[in-house]
Design a protein around this ligand. Structure first.
Ligand code: NAI
Ligand code: MG
Length: 371
């Protein structure tokens, strides 16, 4: 029996193109694994009213880890229009299968490495090597939102004096999204960041928040970070406000090592950081829990390029590298990263976004040849 069972979920559009690239590399690296392909995405919404069928969840539960491509999602109106006529009006509502996966498997860490590989013409600057830990299950994306505002919620909020000025706004003219953060949620993401910094000998962990304004939630995150930092005298704790961080990331991105942030703030700074090192063709992520993880390129299904094998597979190959690390296959992960770095540096095989005309699979083969 193989050492690992790995689920592959190509999804929609270019998710399939880049998954084929990952397969070329995985075959060459000879991981002792068995691969199981699963179904996810828009076509299962249209035909079954469920973009993440139960059989796929079962498949994931039977595997050690998942590599995911990308999915298509569309606004509410289109979702209803494209649903099979036999399913319409039966109470099916579209949900994000990725958010569902995060909740289902409690994948509370969103890990986003952003590294400027030398020779990448898309680098904003050389020397950038950031790793972002974004809390993935709560905060501003906890999903507790109201519109129209129920009377009970308004009444409860009126115990806060600042709610007074919203007292008479009609229920359908006011919307509320909550930012819910727990001590446990803050602790586990901050701890992941410090553990990573220690393991990879990184100098600092920067907690990115806004505690001067968001005094309660931001304050809790900061307090937890200061407490946990005491256990890691080998790593410095830096503190930054999220708005200032956006400036610092453009001004001095090479000064930072590990960043840790709540869900929304982490979402924003990780897109900013990704653009510093080549953008969507390079941005990879891990959604990591205590017992399961899903690795993915962060780009979407790019319908206009679907099936053309034109897009850059490097984000997907770096996601594959992250998966190998998470499995404990650090030697193979390092070899894969070195191979990717060499191909980037040589600059001979480049997809369109890097100014070349190589195909998705040409890049994967070039990486495989270096392995
Ligand atoms: P997208 O990421 O699919 O593509 C935007 C543009 O970025 C593409 O048209 C292309 O020019 C470029 N691009 C993306 N990936 C690239 C790659 N690997 N190499 C080179 N260039 C690349 O975002 P868009 O167009 O906003 O969304 C398309 C669909 O994907 C939507 O249905 C959206 O909901 C979904 N989506 C899914 C995500 C996921 O599965 N994680 C994330 C983001 C969007
Ligand atoms: Mg995002």
């Amino acid at each position: 029996m193989a050492k690992y069972k790995i689920a592959l979920l190509p999804g929609d559009g270019i998710g399939n193109d880049v998954m084929d690239a990952a397969k070329i590399v995985l075959e060459k690296i000879e991981l002792d694994a068995e691969y199981f392909e699963g179904e996810i995405g828009w076509k299962y919404w249209c035909t079954e009213g469920n973009p993440l069928p139960d059989r796929t969840l079962e498949l994931l539960r039977e595997t050690d880890v998942c590599l995911f491509g990308a999915i298509t999602s569309k606004p509410k109106e289109d979702a209803e229009k494209e649903l099979d006529p036999s399913l319409r009006g039966k109470g099916y509502t579209y949900f994000s299968p990725i958010v569902r996966l995060r909740q289902e498997f409690d994948l509370y860490t969103n890990l986003r490495p952003c590294k400027a590989y030398s020779g990448n013409p898309l680098n904003y600057r050389d020397g950038i090597d950031l790793v972002i830990f974004r809390e993935n299950t709560e905060g501003m994306y906890a999903g507790v939102e109201f519109h129209p505002l129920p009377d009970k919620v308004r009444e409860a909020l009126l115990i806060h004096p600042k709610m007074e000025k919203f007292k008479d706004v009609p229920a359908d003219e006011i919307a509320i999204s909550t930012r819910i953060m727990t001590k446990k949620g803050c602790e586990r993401i901050v701890r992941q960041a410090f553990e990573y910094a220690r393991k990879y000998k990184r100098k600092s962990v920067t907690v990115v928040e806004k505690p001067n304004v968001l005094r309660e939630t931001g304050g809790l995150m900061l307090k937890v970070a200061r407490e946990i930092a005491k256990e890691y005298p080998d790593v410095e704790l830096w503190e930054a406000n999220v708005d200032a961080m956006a400036m610092w990331l453009v001004k001095n991105p090479e000064d930072y090592d590990v960043l840790v942030a709540e869900n929304l703030f982490g979402d924003i700074i990780s897109d900013l950081a990704a653009q510093l090192v080549g953008g969507l063709g390079f941005a990879c992520a891990g959604n990591i829990g205590d017992n399961y993880a899903v690795f993915e390129p962060t780009h979407g299904s790019a319908p206009k390029y679907a099936g053309q094998y034109k897009v850059n597979p490097i984000a997907m190959l770096l996601a594959t590298k992250m998966m190998l690390d998470w499995l404990g296959e650090n030697e193979k992960a390092q070899r894969l990263e070195n191979a990717i770095a060499e191909v980037i540096k040589e600059g001979k095989v480049r997809t369109y976004d890097m100014g070349g005309n190589a195909s998705t699979l040409d890049v994967a083969k070039a990486v495989a040849d270096k392995l």
